[in-house]
Structures are given as structure tokens and as C-alpha cells.
Design a protein around this ligand. Sequence first.
Ligand code: UDP
Length: 324
Amino acid sequence: MPVLVVGGAGYIGSHAAHTLKRKGHEPIIYDNLSTGHAALAEGFELVVGDITDSAKLASVLQRVDAVMHFAAHAYVGESVVDPRKYFHNNVLGGVALLHAVLDSKVRKFIFSSTCAVYGMPAKLPITEDTPRMPVNPYGATKLAFEHALEAYGAAYGLRYVSFRYFNAAGADESGKVGEMHSPETHLIPSAFEAIHGERPALEIFGEDYPTPDGTCVRDYIHVNDLAEAHVLGLEYLDCGSSTAMNLGTGRGNSVREVISTIERITGREVPKHMGPRRAGDPAELVADPSRAEKLLKWKATRSLEQIVSTAWDWATRQVPQPPH
Ligand code: UDP
């Protein structure tokens, strides 16, 4: 099926494009390259355009049967200091994209949402029925878009899946695409930067949480497990329903466990020091992925070790080699 991968030159979007191609679909990447990288779109048709450019979208939407939307700003901290940027791109821009879709023949839409829509849930693991009460502007913008999808789905027959990701990590096994953020804030690539001397040390954000070792617990899911769920999501939309689904493994790992896995897999020590808690970090976030497992006949199969080893392989390819 021809699929428009909006934001396909970014981290998760580029993995979705590769997975779509492997499964016999025909992805076209649409990206304004503001945070995406043309290098991550290599091997694909890349249309450089903004999600607010309805004329450009109209012409490319004629050539596809479904849209996957990954084009969003996704730094929680930045969303607190510059919420205008987040509401502008993630809500205004997102709704402009949605309107371009409604004005086309496309009625299948897959949205890249987040567990940040839940905020600080009282009960674990997190099911899709957990009240959505985001605690930062990033989560609020994703929730606003979910609301638009729900209303448009009911009113206009748009079929959608909102995938709520837990902690996406790892890289494609081919070594062709991986995480490329600037600045890097995520745990695993930040630890690699410390190993490579690109930052003095990894700061561990707090060790006084009510968790077994005092550090935060997250549900780390391999980006290709996420990507495979998106492809299955297209088939799910054929059955005529719309829904939201958590994408996680159902297992939690603490920051310390992740660091010790990194040290074991890479054989290198992570230079690190203890710091204070990061504002807005809940102690523990773990998915109940059973809805996606049931509806998509899908399961996250890659381990934390595979997440770390694929991410390490990718990161070491990105480090400039000294001249011979
Ligand atoms: N974390 C950390 N040091 C860092 C980056 C992250 O201790 O330099 C912790 C963070 O507090 C959280 C976990 O690692 O508990 C995952 O954070 P990340 O930023 O990777 O993803 P998020 O959960 O914010 O989406």
C-alpha cells in the first residue's frame, strides 16, 4: 500500500519507513527537515514540505492510501519553556495536516502519540483507560491531537489508531538508521555520548524515587517493535474500527539497570554522576500492552540487550573516525 510517512526523516518515522518497505508497502517520506535528517530518508522518495503546506500535501496525498504522522516536537523540557512552539507545530500544524487528509480521499491515519498523555498515573501497569491528564505542554499537545482525531473519526469517517509509545530506543538492525537528536537528551544515547567523551558524564536524574534501586523505572521498547506495530495498524484499519493502543513491553527497567546493561554490552564504563530529579519525571511508567497484543496479534520481542546493542552499533558508526 502507498503510505505517506509524515516526519519520516526523524527517528521513529525513518524506522517505520524501512519496516513498511520490508513488508512490501510503498512509503513516501514527507518532512520539512527542521529536526529530521535527509540522511535518514536515504533510499526513499523524500518530499520536503511542511505539515501546514496544504497545497503540497494535497498533491502527494493523491498518491497514497494511508498516512502515518510522526512530525512533532518531542522535548518535554523545551515544551515547558517554549510551549508556543509545541502548540504551533503539534496542534496547529497537526490539525492542518488532518484537514489536508480530510480534503483528500485518504481515510486511514496512524498517529504517533505518547504515554505522556497519561501524566502521573496512580496505577500500574498503564492501560488505555487510565485518565489522560498530561503534566507538561508536550503531553497536552499530543492529547489535543488525540481529541481532534476522536471527533473527526466520529464525524467524518476517518479511521485512526493513536499509538501511545513508552520509551522508544534502539536502532534498525541494518545500521542504516538510528537516533540522531540535537541536543541529545535520551538516556541511552546520552550514556553513549559520555562513553565517547562527547559530554563529560551522564547525569542520573535522582536516586530517591520509591523504586527498588531509587532510580526511575521506564518501559523501553525497541523502535522496530514500534515500527512493526504501525504496519499491523494499517491492516487493523481495514476492519473499520479506530482506537488508541499502548506500545510497550510491559516490563520496566530502572536507570541503573539500563546503565549496567550498557556497560555489559559495550564493555565500556559509563562516566556518570548523581544529580537531582528532573522536573516532571514520574517514578515509574510501565505499559499494559495487552490491547495492542490482542488487536494486532503483535508483541514487542526485542530485549533491552538488543536495544542497547543496536543503538551502540549505530552510535559508534556516527562518531567521526580520526584520520589515518
Ligand atoms: N535520564 C537520566 N539521565 C539522562 C537522561 C535520562 O537519568 O541524561 C532518566 C530520566 O530521568 C528517565 C529515564 O532516564 O527516568 C528515561 O529518560 P528519557 O529522557 O530517555 O526518556 P523520557 O522518559 O523522558 O521519555
